[in-house]
Design a protein around this ligand. Structure first.
Ligand SMILES: [Zn+2]
Length: 249
């Protein structure tokens, strides 16, 4: 074994990788406008622990392209891997929206931020998330929130926007309005307006007793305690019991 030869090869590979990383990922041009219209790419449609550890279904959230922006919504586990598989360049993403601080909605965000901010060498893109995720529970590091700005260190990071109910966020030609939903400590869906197109996203939510309409707040008829969602098997069992009683009458 010629250690000198192996050493020389490793040095050559390392310097090539470093040069490639510098020219390809750290110094880039801002991408052009996306094609008009709206496009959604689902990189995952699953949640809950079983989907997270089995990846069936996948849990990486989705990418919405509309109103001139490319928005990554709820990047869960596997975000960068699924984006790579789908041929999506994270360096063109304009914003990341995190609805709430559950693993299947935020845990891929730090990796996506590194792609969006070109290896953390550039200040670009928006990070929109509840204050609980950003500050209270510190689920995303201060580094990934762009707060580490030492002269010798990385200087990149996103523009951080804590979500507030009904406070509009304008990015390019799109206006995103966070809407509080009923799940977890702090959680927002959104209404996104782009031209004459209106897109709504609820994130995880729950049954509620009252809801707001243009005519005012409507109360639902009380039906006993409101529980978390029932398992399908439980519903089938209850239905069987009721049907059996009904057929006996
Ligand atoms: Zn959740």
């Amino acid at each position: 074994m010629d250690l000198n030869k192996i050493d020389a090869e490793l040095r050559e590979k390392t310097s090539r990788a470093a040069a490639d990383s510098f020219s390809k990922w750290r110094h880039r041009e801002e991408p052009g406008e996306p094609a008009p219209g709206a496009k959604i790419t689902f990189l995952g449609t699953g949640g809950n622990p079983e989907a997270i550890f089995s990846q069936v279904p996948r849990t990486a959230g989705f990418i919405l392209v509309v109103g001139g922006i490319r928005l990554y919504v709820d990047p869960g586990p596997g975000a960068v891997v699924r984006a790579e598989e789908a041929g999506i360049d994270l360096g063109v993403i304009d914003g990341i929206f995190i609805s709430h601080g559950h693993l299947d909605h935020y845990s891929g965000a730090e990796s996506v931020i590194e792609g969006m901010c070109w290896g953390m060498f550039t200040r670009r893109g928006h990070l929109m998330a509840p204050e609980q995720v950003l500050g209270q529970d510190r689920l995303l590091s201060s580094y990934h929130q762009g707060q580490n700005m030492t002269p010798a260190g990385y200087k990149g990071g996103p523009k951080v926007i804590p979500l507030q109910a009904h406070r509009e966020i304008k990015i390019k030609n799109a206006v995103l309005t966070p809407i509080p939903v009923h799940h977890a400590a702090e959680n927002y869906g959104f209404i996104l307006r782009a031209g004459n197109l209106l897109i709504g996203y609820t994130s995880d939510t729950n049954y509620i007793r009252s809801y707001r309409t243009p005519e005012g707040v409507q109360e639902m008829t009380p039906r006993g305690p409101i529980m978390d969602m029932l398992e399908v098997v439980t519903i089938v069992r209850i239905l069987r019991i009721y049907l059996a009683r009904w057929t006996c009458l």
